[in-house]
Design a protein around this ligand. Sequence first.
Ligand code: FES
Length: 347
Amino acid sequence: MGDQSHGSPQEAGAVAKAQAGSVDTIQDPGLPPHRPRLTDTEPRAAKRAERQVGILFAISMIGTILFLVGYFAVGHAESIAETRLQNMLLGLGTAFAMLGIGVGIVHWARTLMPDHEIAESRHEVRTEEDRRDAEEIIDTVLEESGIKRRPLIRNTLIGAIALAPLPALFILRDLDLTKASAGEIVERLRHTAWDEGVRLTRDPVGTPIKASDVQIGSAFHVIPEGLNELEDPLNEKAKAVVLLMRLHPDKMEISPEREDWHYDGIVAYSKICTHVGCPVALYEQHTHHLLCPCHQSTFDLTQECKVIFGPAAHPLPQLPITVDDEGYLVARSDFHEPVGPGYWERG
Ligand code: FES
C-alpha cells in the first residue's frame, strides 16, 4: 500500500532527493548593482535636465493659453476658415497642454529623481508606527524628488497643473443645458432649414439645381438656398445637408405615403448617418447603395434608404421634393422626422 511507483527516472530522482532532504534551495540573486546616470554625477547635466523639464512644463502652459485664445479670441466662428482656425487652436492647445505635463514628468523621473531600487517584504499596515513610517517615506520621496530645492521645476509644474483643467472647465460650461430647456433643444434638432418651396442648391457654391441637371447615376451634395443668411449657418448646414440622386423609377420601391416625395426618380436623403452622425458620402451607382465611411453602414436607395448593413438602426430620412415653375428642384416640406442619430429624440 505505501509503495508508490514514479513514472520517469527524473521524477524518481527528485523524489529520492526530497526524501533525503537534499533539495537545492533557491538563492536570492539580489538587486543588480546600481549604475549612476550622467545627471547623478555631473551637476551641469542635472542643471540641463532641470531646464528641459521646466521648458516642457512651460510648453504645457503655452498649450493651455493657446486653447484659451482659440476659445475666446476666435469666439463664435462664423465661417469655415474661422472654424478651422478655432479647431486647430483648440486641438493643438489641448495636445501641448497634456503632452507638456506628461513628457515633463516622465523626463523628470528618468533624469533627476533617485533611481535606486529598493526591495521590501510586504506586510499589513496597521499600527501607529506604520503610519509614521509611511509619512516618513512620503517626506523622503518629496526630499529626494528635488521639488523643494528645484524652484524652476516646482514653479513650472504648479503653473502647468493649475492651467491644465481650464480647457475642460470651459468645454463643460458650454454643455450647460440650463440656457435652453430640453424641449427647446429637441425642437431645434427636429427642424432644419428646409421648408416648402426652398430650392435645392449645390454645396458649397449655392447654385440652384434644375431637374434636367440630374442624370441617372449622378449624385449632388445639396444645401438649402439662403443658408448663409440664417442666424447660425454652420449649425443649420450640419443638420440640413442632403444627397440628391436620380434612379430609374422602375427600380424604386415606394411606399404609398411617399408617392409624391420624388420627382421623376430624383430623390433627396439626409446625408447625416443615423448611427452616430458621420456624413454618408459614398454613392455606388451600380448597386444604388449609400455607404457611411465611419462604420460601414450601408443604405439601399432603391428601398427608401433602408439599412442593409452596419450598425445604423434607422433608414436615412427622406426630404420630399418637387419642382417649381422654373423647373428648379424645391423641397415640399421639412424632413418628416429628426435627422441624424437615434438619440436625437426620434419619433
Ligand atoms: S456613423 Fe455611419 S456607420 Fe457609424
